[in-house]
Ligand binder design. Structure first.
Ligand SMILES: Cc1cc2nc3c(=O)[nH]c(=O)nc-3n(C[C@H](O)[C@H](O)[C@H](O)COP(=O)(O)O)c2cc1C
Length: 361
């Protein structure tokens, strides 16, 4: 049924301004009766950060910024949903237009700038659904005009730990000036110490993940992984959107828009950074791969580059929500092909070889 709806709705959605199309989709998920995806094959199950994921395919942060539809997304077949980014106080983000589709590239550029209804409103929503189960991660960020950004993260950890399956520290959005500077090892070390301390003080041991940009140098990545290991984060997400513009882009005019690029052209860079992270993390914690996943093959490549879980967003704009079932079917076929009972032996199988390849352009 979601397929039929999308079949009718897709021409309309693609004719609308991307942000209006997104709002319409969220409302549809909120108000339309949705079919439940069937129960996942047990071989798709993954255990990570102490959580049992029914399948490894998650909705990336940014689609459901205010936790309006996590349960609808779970029932459509995602193994987990990451809501947010949520900021402590409400803020409207940058002026519109601020989301751009690059149709010929199957890419998106956004400079939303953490438009968020703020912690209190979102907390109420999450508290109402807390007993429903399903894995709902909460991605948190600092307010643009905050005088104490590290303090913002600490307070959000304290507030959201009781209702989150996991928490993601987002220091990698390119659309809040100066935010990515929090990735500098000296600042990050201090911040993660305070964040982990806040988590320890919370009543529940909610896992804390760190989401990084794909635009780091390998020296910076060395430092970040070193700090993440030393501070004992539970995992990393690699990664956020890129401020680079790959040479392959066809929509050269649209590509000039400021903001973070996501979707297919992000795949090579983000998968390389994932492999580079995997060889540095040495299995101390699991990784989540995001960036340009638009097929089962792409999802499998992320797993082979080192991802235990994957997340996607942009490809859903071009391929529709049916993509989730397609990816899960392809992953299942891969396990069957290898006569595996799960993904364990596939995770990171290509990482070392990938790090020896020429840097993706
Ligand atoms: C419109 C849009 C909004 C996004 N907002 C957020 C956000 O609020 N927080 C975040 O951590 N990532 C955000 N992202 C990044 C995605 O979570 C993801 O890391 C990135 O888009 C790469 O995956 P993809 O190529 O499958 O889209 C956003 C992406 C898009 C396209």
């Amino acid at each position: 049924m979601i397929g039929a709806f999308e079949h009718l709705a897709r021409p309309l959605l693609s004719a609308l301004d991307p942000e209006d199309a997104h709002r319409l989709t969220v409302n549809m998920l909120k108000f339309a009766p949705l079919p439940r995806a069937g129960k996942d094959d047990r071989r798709l199950a993954v255990r990570a950060f102490g959580l049992n994921f029914p399948n490894p395919v998650g909705m990336a942060a940014g689609f459901d910024k205010n936790a309006e539809v996590p349960d609808a997304l779970l029932s459509l077949g995602f193994g987990f949903v990451e809501v947010g980014t949520i900021t402590p106080r409400p803020q409207s983000g940058n002026p519109r237009p601020r989301v751009f589709r690059l149709d010929a590239d199957e890419a998106v550029i956004n400079r939303l700038g953490f438009n968020s209804q703020g912690a209190e409103r979102v907390l109420q929503r999450l508290a109402r659904r807390a007993r429903k189960g399903g894995i709902v991660g909460i991605n948190i960020g600092a307010n643009k005009n905050s005088s104490d950004r590290v303090g913002d993260y600490v307070r959000l950890i304290e507030r959201f730990a009781p209702v989150a399956s996991y928490l993601t520290i987002n220091v990698s959005s390119p659309n809040t000036p100066g935010l990515r500077d929090l990735q500098q090892a000296s600042v990050l070390g201090d911040m993660l110490a305070r964040v982990i301390d806040a988590r320890e003080r919370a009543a529940v041991p909610t896992p804390v993940l760190l989401k990084i940009a794909p635009d780091l140098s390998l020296n910076e990545l060395d430092d970040i992984v070193g700090v993440a290991r030393a501070r004992r984060v539970d995992g990393m997400i690699i990664g956020n959107t890129t401020v680079t513009r790959p040479q392959s882009l066809r929509e050269t005019e649209r590509a000039k828009e400021a903001g973070g690029l996501s979707g297919r052209p992000l795949f090579s860079l983000s998968t390389r950074m994932l492999a580079e992270s995997y060889v540095r993390v040495e299995d101390v914690f699991p990784l989540v791969g995001a960036g340009g996943i638009d097929s089962g093959t792409a999802a499998l490549a992320k797993i082979r580059a080192g991802a235990t879980l994957v997340e996607l967003y942009s490809a859903l704009v071009f391929r529709g929500l049916g993509l989730v079932a397609e990816i899960k079917a392809a992953l299942l076929a891969a396990i069957e092909g290898e006569r595996q009972n799960g993904f364990k032996t596939l995770i990171g199988a290509d990482a070392a070889a990938m790090t020896a390849e020429p840097w993706p352009q």
